[in-house]
Design a protein around this ligand. Structure first.
Ligand SMILES: Nc1ncnc2c1ncn2[C@@H]1O[C@H](COP(=O)(O)OP(=O)(O)OP(=O)(O)O)[C@@H](O)[C@H]1O
Ligand SMILES: [Mg+2]
Length: 355
């Protein structure tokens, strides 16, 4: 092969913007140590949308709030995380502050808790600029108005003078998106940004978030409990269960080549617009306690495929038969070639396989 051909065949380099390595978070409580995050690793490339999906309490928020320095002081944090080549954990607060809220920003589920009711929207956005840049207040306000316009607030100049309570829930979430992009970040962490909104507004806000991301050229970590939300939005997906990732891969892999029974269960819980509600098969039971969790796979009590081995050791997140696709299940090969893996949660499947 000529040198030129070799050069042309080199894939474009992907730049890792955010890297999280074996992150663990626990909280001492009166009932014992809550192991909220039990070893989470992932990378987010430039421009990519990485979705973190899982049921309530699985550690989605805690694992990202750790990166933003937003956990209570009692939290014990271990592991590594970097933004480009800069450490995010275990560094002086002053150094972290120059990254957080500027290079890496965060959007929360409930905008009312992040907005101050006594200041105008414009002032709060302008202050976010002034916290990171030495510019005149007038310039910061101009930037605030420009960002309100970007996120689709009509008459941005006038609306900048409004107070948070004068905006609807969807409008407030647009303001939070404006806040998240105002300092031109490289990574936006969006924690259930649409959950508190009604369904029609949810789609608009997600669209606005994606447009805003394109505008500033950022990557997104999108946190949601709803696997249905990530289709058509995410590039890659990590499925979390009981403080760990149990499956990770390209979005199409997760939907069409599922290799972990828990993900199959989540897929079965997505309402299908083409069929009736009866088609939904929710996963029975609830996640285990994270205080002194029993050994073995944490999903086994709810898993139709579970066997004796699953109680003995916890399966690692390991390579599957598919490239770039990992799963934490000893029996993931049994899902190969099954286009409709969520069927394993239907009573007929259990009756057929358990003799
Ligand atoms: N300050 C704290 N002290 C003790 N336990 C905590 C604390 N904060 C979170 N936890 C526990 O950590 C676990 C993970 O919580 P987290 O908020 O990350 O879940 P989540 O996946 O974001 O859920 P949701 O979808 O409901 O937002 C839960 O069991 C929660 O009760
Ligand atoms: Mg959460």
């Amino acid at each position: 092969m000529s040198q030129l051909a070799a050069h042309l065949e080199t894939p474009p380099t992907t730049e890792v913007m955010l890297s999280v390595n074996d992150l663990k978070v626990s909280f001492p409580t009166d009932d014992g140590l809550v192991e909220a995050v039990r070893g989470v690793s992932y990378e987010v490339n430039r421009g990519e949308v990485f979705a973190i999906v899982g049921e309530s309490g699985c550690g989605k928020s805690v694992s990202t709030m750790a990166l933003m320095g937003l956990l209570p002081k009692t939290a014990r944090i271990e592991g590594h995380a970097t933004y480009l080549d800069q450490d995010l954990l275990g560094i002086p607060e002053r150094d972290a502050r120059s990254i957080r809220g500027s290079r890496v920003s965060m959007i929360f589920q409930d905008p009312m808790t992040s907005l101050n009711p006594v200041y105008t929207i414009g002032r709060q956005l302008a202050e976010a600029v002034l916290a990171h840049h030495r510019v005149a207040p007038k310039v910061a306000m101009e930037r605030a108005i420009e960002m309100l316009d970007v996120v689709g607030i009509p008459q941005a100049k006038t609306r900048a003078k409004s107070y948070p309570h004068e905006f609807s829930g969807g409008m407030r979430q647009r303001v939070m998106i404006a806040m998240a992009i105002i300092n031109d970040p490289d990574v936006i962490i969006a924690d259930e940004p649409t959950t508190a909104l009604d369904v029609t507004v949810q789609a608009q806000i997600l669209e606005t978030l994606l447009e805003a991301k394109e505008k500033v050229g950022a990557s997104i970590v999108l946190i949601t409990h709803d696997l249905g939300v990530v289709a058509g939005v995410a590039d890659r997906v990590g499925v979390m269960y009981a403080g760990r990732f149990v499956e990770m891969g390209d979005v199409n892999e997760i939907f069409h080549a599922t290799r972990m029974p828990y993900t199959a269960g989540l897929l079965g819980s997505i309402p299908d617009l083409d069929s009736d509600v009866e088609a939904l098969t929710p996963i029975e039971g609830s996640p285990p306690s994270l205080i002194n969790p029993a050994p073995g796979c944490k999903f086994r009590a709810r898993c139709p495929m579970a066997r004796a081995r699953c109680a003995e050791e916890e399966p690692a997140l390991a390579a599957t038969d598919r490239p770039g696709h990992t799963a934490a299940c000893f029996f993931s090969d049994e899902l190969i070639g099954d286009p409709n893996a969520s069927e394993i949660f239907k009573p007929e499947w259990t009756e057929r396989t358990v003799q």
